[in-house]
Design a binder for this molecule. Structure first.
Ligand code: GCO
Ligand code: MG
Length: 428
């Protein structure tokens, strides 16, 4: 084969199931040999498209796709300023596609390029949520029936906007201070400008904390202790209340408590670490190694939750997994609906290879999404399985993908604002 060259870099945008996905295809000079990668930053997709089409594509055309490390390092510094969500996602799409090509050339799945499987399949966790204890209890029982053992639970706080539990809960049982702001009098689902990606709403920490503790109390007293429970605070509460919350939850023996603090308050992990053994997970909002390394080397967290495309793809994630292994921090790569199936396949390559795998988040693939992405990793008995095919083992059907163009969104799809009762902004 004549020396292989990158012939083209294309971006494919598709929204089969209500979430805007960004996929990169790297085509080579060898007819039919290409790779795909996930560059999904669903809140800012067109910025990622521009970074790829206007900057990385002209920079990479004609290069040898086998030079993954050199392409990563040279692209990373090609903008001089670096480590941001847009540039990292753009680089991730390219990087994952190059590993896909290398696996196809070697006729083996990517994890085999790295030394093979450390386990047969990757245990996953799924999401149970709702406004009533019974609703969530039933979901857990159904998931258990289906073989899922790890379940994240989120409950709507009466009268408030809650993360991961639907939108505004208009219950009259609202506790807490009087709502004096009208800044949230804004559209919640759609308006003339398009869909609202994330509705505005009111959030108050104390009612949320009480409703979450009530939920765990209910589940442990009805379903018991066998099921592994996870919860995502989503960085919404004042740090010192977070310290108290993590201590109060200790008796419910969570598998992990996520995003107890925002990245801006990383230092609070030193305080909570001294006061509770509740396992802590953090990292989906990290883009910069400087945010991550102290958390790992001081063993301030138990699970790294990085969103692989937000740090630039498989090349940096593989190194991060190795760093975490040295400090026995386990991986729990971010895997919600706004990680494309290609991104899930990339997660899986690391999940199967890295010794220090902890758990994999899994947003159940919908039928249309599976149609667009032949080779979606299969999930059975609560585990994600590789299909053993070369590279990432997944593909994209561009014709079908084109049937699901992005829907029109207000504010370009930016998230609307969650506020306290006094109108001040809450981290979403
Ligand atoms: C999770 C996350 C997601 C994020 C979403 C942002 O743990 O799965 O917190 O739900 O909020 O990916 O776009
Ligand atoms: Mg989260």
């Amino acid at each position: 084969m004549a020396s292989l060259k990158i012939r083209d870099v294309r971006v494919i945008l598709t929204e089969p199931d209500g979430i805007r996905l960004v996929i990169v295809k790297v085509e080579t000079s060898e007819p039919g040999l290409y790779g795909i990668g996930c560059a999904t930053f669903t809140q800012r997709p067109s910025a990622v498209v521009s970074a790829i089409e206007n900057y990385l594509r002209p920079f990479l055309l004609g290069k040898d796709p086998g030079e993954i490390e050199d392409i990563w390092q040279s692209s990373y510094v090609s903008s001089y300023w670096r480590n941001g969500p847009v540039l990292n996602n753009a680089l991730s799409g390219i990087d994952q596609a190059l590993w896909d090509i290398k696996g196809k050339l070697a006729k083996m799945p990517i994890y085999d390029l790295w030394g093979g499987k450390a386990r047969d399949a990757a245990a996953v966790y799924v999401h149970a949520s709702g406004d009533e204890h019974s609703e969530i209890e039933n979901q857990i029982r159904e998931f258990n029936e289906a073989g899922y053992h790890y379940i994240r639970v989120q409950i709507g706080t009466p009268g408030y906007q809650s993360y991961g539990a639907g939108t505004n809960n208009n219950s009259s049982r609202r506790e807490g201070p009087r709502i004096i702001t009208d800044r949230i009098e804004r559209p919640t689902t759609t308006d003339s400008r398009g869909l609202i990606s994330h509705p505005p709403g009111i959030f108050e920490p104390s009612p949320y904390i009480r409703s979450a503790i009530g939920l765990f109390d209910h589940i442990r007293s009805t379903i018991g202790w066998e099921v592994e429970l996870l919860h995502d605070v989503h960085e919404r509460i004042p740090p010192i209340q977070g310290v108290g919350f993590a201590k109060d939850l200790e008796r419910f023996k969570l598998f992990f408590l996520e995003d107890l603090f925002p990245p801006e308050d990383n230092d609070y992990f030193r305080m909570v670490r001294q006061q509770t053994s509740t396992p802590l997970a953090m990292g989906e909002l990290y883009n910069n190694p400087h945010e991550i390394i102290p958390m790992v080397k001081e063993r301030l967290i138990d699970f790294i939750r990085v969103h692989i495309s937000q740090i630039g793809g498989l090349t940096p994630a593989r190194k991060l997994a190795a760093l975490c292994e040295a400090f026995n921090v386990r991986t729990a790569w971010h895997g919600p609906g706004d990680t494309s199936p290609v991104g899930h396949a990339a997660n899986l390559m690391l999940d199967l290879n890295a010794y220090n795998f902890g758990i994999q988040e899994y947003a159940i693939f919908q039928e249309r999404t599976k149609e667009v992405f032949p080779g979606c990793p299969e999930v059975k008995n609560g585990y994600m399985w590789s299909n053993g095919k070369p590279g990432l083992g997944i593909d994209i059907d561009e014709k079908i993908a084109a049937q699901y163009p992005y829907k029109k969104r207000a504010y370009g799809g930016a998230w609307d604002t969650v506020r306290r009762a006094d109108g001040s902004v809450v981290r979403p």
